[in-house]
Every structure is written in structure tokens, then in C-alpha cells.
Design a protein around this ligand. Structure first.
Ligand code: ATP
Ligand code: MG
Length: 568
């Protein structure tokens, strides 16, 4: 996948834009564009939903239309108000507002009335076959289906039975309402699909008012039509359901129920992402099994997880734009997502110095009282953000990664005898290394050039390496959570037969360390984002409090050294 997209003015329309522009040109819906985002409130939204949100809200916005947020709550068992609230929050956070908030359950009476109408038209019947028998009768791709023995009940009998289904006269699962379409159709979806089932379940909005619940395929198109949705955008797995979507609406032959023109279903490819699972069902499993710390664990591909990790809505929208709108299923590289947040934070995140793996550096020719303060910009390109003051002293922390006892070629950081720049402060030369009993380097003894205060020597001698540091006496401790991919494999679901996808979970996906931070970070508030210079981008976690700071690594900087070293 290429990271660069063409400039907006040269970008051609994608197929959904083409459809919309043609419909606008022909005045099909009197110049109106109305879309909807229809999540089922049975889990938190993930990055795949973000894609769908960006398409539905983004296209409506582009063409001066509107978008409804519709909770598809036709399945009472798995749904919860907690999910409803989180979905609202996530859509808002992504930067979108909806024209109306609706619930499929708002239309239960309408759906029921239309079902009675279909029965009266001879288009639906009550079937007494069990689920298993229905399956058997339906046949499969190679075998045509058989008609249900209940298929030819009279409209009066069907109406009576359907009313009694609603009234609670029959046991759960004992009867269903089915559409009377074509049991021989090569499209399995048209072999007399279910419209209603009996289920004594408490619904989070309608309570115990209903004992029968409509099926998704029946409810979805009807809801769209009630809301006069013009373009009903969904994912590719519903392509084979489109004839059914149309059939249900077209049975309103007298035009008593729906305004014309009817909505049009358009399918696009689901978004998948490398190194993660994406369905709500699997994500719920990860949460329930405590594989992660919750739906908003920063390793999760959920919108709340990304937010907690430090992603911005701009970066998520840019990612959705980059992956485009495709007709074939695709897997986006998680590195593209990381690229998008890096680009955004590079432009906006204030800088700070933090030492993640501290190594003591002592300046032997400086006394305790000779320390000074340096002032560095918060952001090199954004002078309006101002500066920060960082104390420098004779005892510092530098990163273990910035020292090598045996320096390889092209190593410009610290090594015995080498001179390096401590960013914005001074030039120091490593004179001596101190090791503990195990032979681990625990301290570097250096001398500094007092003339290099501010970072450069007056003689103009070239010192190529610059490293970051914090003053040992002034630094504050902070918990830093370092994340790796939740799954090592590109496609976690691609496991050998008989093996469970759980086995691919990366046990090292979270590492918690205590870092040494520059004192200006003491004021950092949850949600704020920083570039820790030379290290990566970090966001203050919700768990953070004054005196007990917690940071999440959003994404690392690209480490050019790792690349040089890999090349050899
Ligand atoms: P999941 O399988 O993850 O539970 P879903 O499709 O059941 O997802 P819904 O709540 O029904 O989730 O989806 C709401 C909308 O988001 C639907 O229009 C659906 O097509 C879209 N959507 C869901 N997952 C993706 C994805 N991976 N890529 C693009 N759109 C998606
Ligand atoms: Mg679903």
C-alpha cells in the first residue's frame, strides 16, 4: 500500500461518490443525500466502524446532506446502554454530528404493521417448523429448497397466528414469520427468510412490551425507508442480501408505507487491520478473558482504545481517507495507521525530554552549584507554544541506548572517549565508565567543556551526536506504558487447523517502566500528547494524577539507527 495519496484536486471519485453525484445530477431524491450509521449496540466501536462513520458522515457532509445515527437494537439479548453511550461519544470524538438519533426499536410497531400488511398480501406466513427443520428444508447452494408444509396457510390463518405470536400464546422458538419468496432461488437469502421470531427477552428500551422481534434483514431496509435514507451504505457481506432488501420494500405495492424513491443499498469492502482481530465478538472475548485491561486498553483497535493511546481524530480520519473506499476486501497495514498519527503529532505535539532507560552520567569537572537552566522551544515550528525551562546539573540521566562501550562504525552517540552534545545544554566527553559487580555499566564519568554552554563550542568543532538528558536531581518519575502489537502474526485468525487464535496473543505486548522526565511534565493532564525527543509520541493516560504521572506510548519515532544496524 502506498502512503502518499494524490493531491485532492487530482483525486478521482470513488464508486459511491459517483453514484451520489449521478443521483444528484438526475435529481433522483430531489437533490437530497441522507445516510445513516447503524451500529448494533453490542460492543464498542472499532477502527472498521470508524471507516464506515467517515464514509457515511463524510459523504453526507461533502454533498450537503445529513446522517442519522441509528442504533440497530433488534436483538435484545446482547445489547446494552453502556454501548449506546460509548458509540455516541466515539462518533462525536471523530468529529461528526448526526441529524437525528433513532433506534430500530422505535419502529417496532411500524415493522409489525408492515408485517401484517405483507401477510394480508399473501407475502408472508407463519411457519411451525423448528430452526433445524427450516435449515433442512432450505437446502443449500447445490440442493434446491423444499416448501414448508405451512407455506400455504390462508392469509386469515396467518394473521390470526401472527397476532397470537405477539400476544404470547406460543413458546419461544415454536413459530416464526417468514417471507414468501422463492424456496428454489439460487440466492439462499431469498428462500423464505425469517422475518420474526418469538423471544421472551427484556429489551433495553422497549422492556417487556414485545415478545416477538424482527430479523435484521427485514428491519434494516424498512428502517432506512422510514427515515428516507437515500443511500444505505453497508459492508460487502450484505451484497447477497440486497435482493432481499429491495424485495421487502417493493412489496409496498400501494405505496402506503414508504416514500419514493426507495433507498438504495450500496456495499463497500470491510476494513481489516494487520496484527489485530476486529470483530466486536472477539474483542469482547479479549476483554472478558482479561487479555487486555478493558475495551479502551490502548492495544485495542477500538476507537476508545486508540483515543486513550493518544490517537487524534484527525489521524483516524486521515487513515480512513488513505485506505480509500474499495469493492474488494482488504487488509490495511497497521503501519499506515501509525504513519497517520506520527504525521499529525509531528506537527502538533509539544516536545519534552524523557529518559526511558536511565543511565547515570556524572560531570566530574562541574560542581553541584554550577548547574544552570536551559530554555528550549515547546515545538520547533510553533513558536506560539512558547518555551520550557529545563534545569541542567552535574548529575544527569541519559538513555542506556545512547551509550555503547564498544562503538560500532557510524556511532555518533556516547562511547568511551567520545564527545557528544547534550541537547541544548553542553558538550561532554566520556572519560571513564563504572560497572557493578555483574559488569553492567552503571555510571559514566564525563567532563564538560564550560565554553559549550547552550550546546556548541565557540571553536566551532563538529560534534555530530546529540542525545537527550534530564537532570538527576530535578527529574520526576513517571510510569510509562510501552505497547507492542497485540498479535505478532499479520493475520491472527490465520491459524493452523485445530489451533485457537488466542495462542497468537503477544504476551509481551505491554511493558511498564519508570522513566525520568523533565520537570515541566509535572503539569501534564490526561489526554495531552507529547513528543519525547528522540523516543516517540506519548499521551498522558486517564490513570495519571499529579505526582503519579502515567504515559502511554502512542507510537515510536522511526529509529534510523535500527535501520542502519539492520543493514549491517
Ligand atoms: P462486528 O462484526 O465487528 O461486530 P458489525 O458489522 O456487526 O461489526 P455493526 O454494529 O453492525 O457491526 O456495524 C455498524 C456499521 O459499521 C455497519 O454499517 C457495518 O457495515 C460497519 N462496519 C462494521 N465493521 C466494519 C469494518 N471492519 N469495516 C468497515 N465497516 C464496518
Ligand atoms: Mg452486526
Amino acid at each position: 500500500m502506498t502512503l502518499e495519496s494524490p493531491a485532492p484536486e487530482t483525486k478521482s471519485l470513488h464508486f459511491i461518490e459517483e453514484i451520489m453525484e449521478a443521483d444528484l445530477a438526475s435529481q433522483k431524491h430531489a437533490g437530497r443525500i441522507m445516510t445513516r450509521f447503524p451500529p448494533e449496540p453490542n460492543g464498542y466501536l472499532h477502527i472498521g466502524h470508524a471507516k464506515s462513520i467517515c464514509i457515511n458522515f463524510g459523504l453526507a457532509k461533502k454533498y450537503g446532506g445529513q446522517t442519522n445515527l441509528r442504533f440497530d437494537d433488534t436483538n435484545p439479548v446482547k445489547e446494552d446502554i453502556e454501548y449506546v453511550d460509548s458509540i455516541r461519544e466515539d462518533v462525536h470524538w471523530l468529529g461528526f454530528g448526526w441529524a437525528n438519533e433513532f433506534y430500530a426499536s422505535d419502529y417496532f410497531q411500524f415493522l409489525y404493521d408492515y408485517a401484517e400488511y405483507l401477510i394480508q398480501q399473501g407475502k408472508a406466513y407463519v411457519c411451525d417448523l423448528s430452526d433445524e427443520a427450516i435449515k433442512e428444508y432450505r437446502g443449500n447452494f447445490y440442493t434446491p429448497g423444499k416448501e414448508s408444509p405451512f407455506r400455504n396457510r390462508s392469509a386469515e390463518e396467518n394473521l390470526d397466528l401472527f397476532r397470537r405470536m405477539r400476544a404470547g400464546e406460543f413458546a419461544d422458538g415454536s413459530r416464526t414469520l417468514r417471507a414468501k419468496i422463492d424456496v428454489q432461488s439460487p440466492n439462499m437469502n431469498l428462500r423464505d427468510p425469517l422475518m420474526y421470531r418469538i423471544k421472551r427477552a427484556h429489551h433495553h428500551r422497549t422492556g417487556d412490551a414485545w415478545l416477538i422481534y424482527p430479523m435484521y434483514d427485514y428491519a434494516h431496509g424498512v428502517c432506512d425507508a422510514i427515515e428516507t435514507i437515500t443511500h444505505s451504505i453497508c459492508t460487502l457481506e450484505f451484497e447477497d442480501h440486497r435482493p432481499l432488501y429491495d424485495w421487502f420494500l417493493e412489496q409496498d405495492v400501494e405505496g402506503k408505507f414508504f416514500k419514493r424513491p426507495l433507498p438504495r443499498q450500496i456495499e463497500f469492502a470491510r476494513l481489516n487491520l494487520t496484527h489485530t482481530v476486529m470483530s466486536k465478538r472477539r474483542l469482547l472475548q479479549l476483554v472478558q478473558e482479561n487479555q487486555v485491561r478493558g475495551w479502551d486498553d490502548p492495544r485495542m483497535p477500538t476507537i476508545c482504545g486508540l483515543r486513550r493511546r493518544g490517537y487524534t481524530p484527525e489521524a483516524v480520519r486521515a487513515f480512513a481517507e488513505h485506505v480509500g473506499v474499495a469493492k474488494r476486501d482488504m487488509v490495511a497495514d497497521v503501519e499506515l495507521l501509525e504513519h497517520c498519527i506520527r504525521q499529525d503529532l509531528e506537527l502538533h505535539a509539544p516536545r519534552a525530554m524523557a529518559v526511558l532507560h536511565p543511565l547515570k552520567l556524572v560531570i566530574t569537572n562541574m560542581s553541584k552549584t554550577e548547574g544552570f537552566e536551559v530554555e528550549l522551544p515547546r515545538h520547533p515550528e510553533l513558536p506560539d507554544l512558547g518555551t520550557r525551562t529545563i534545569p541542567f546539573s552535574n548529575e544527569l540521566w541519559i538513555d542506556q541506548d545512547d551509550f555503547r562501550e564498544e562503538a560500532p562504525k557510524k556511532w555518533f552517540r556516547l562511547a568511551p572517549g567520545a564527545e557528544v552534545r547534550l541537547r541544548g545544554a553542553a558538550l561532554v566527553t566520556c572519560q571513564e565508565i563504572i560497572k557493578d559487580a555483574n559488569g553492567t555499566v552503571v555510571e559514566l564519568r564525563c567532563t564538560w567543556d564550560p565554553a559549550s554552554k547552550g550546546g556548541n563550542a565557540p571553536d566551532g568543532r563538529k560534534v555530530k551526536g546529540t542525545i537527550h538528558w534530564v537532570s538527576a536531581q530535578h527529574a520526576i518519575d513517571g510510569e510509562v506504558r510501552l505497547y507492542e502489537q497485540l498479535f505478532l502474526a499479520n493475520d491472527p485468525m490465520d491459524v493452523p487447523e485445530g489451533q485457537d487464535w488466542h495462542q497468537g496473543i503477544n504476551a509481551q505486548s505491554l511493558e511498564i517502566i519508570t522513566a525520568k522526565l523533565e520537570p515541566s511534565l509535572a503539569q501534564a493532564k490526561p489526554g495531552e500528547r507529547f513528543q519525547f525527543e528522540r523516543t516517540g509520541y506519548f499521551a498522558v493516560d486517564l490513570d495519571s494524577a499529579p505526582g503519579a504521572l502515567v504515559f502511554n506510548r502512542t507510537v515510536g519515532l522511526k529509529d534510523s539507527w535500527a535501520k542502519i544496524e539492520a543493514k549491517g
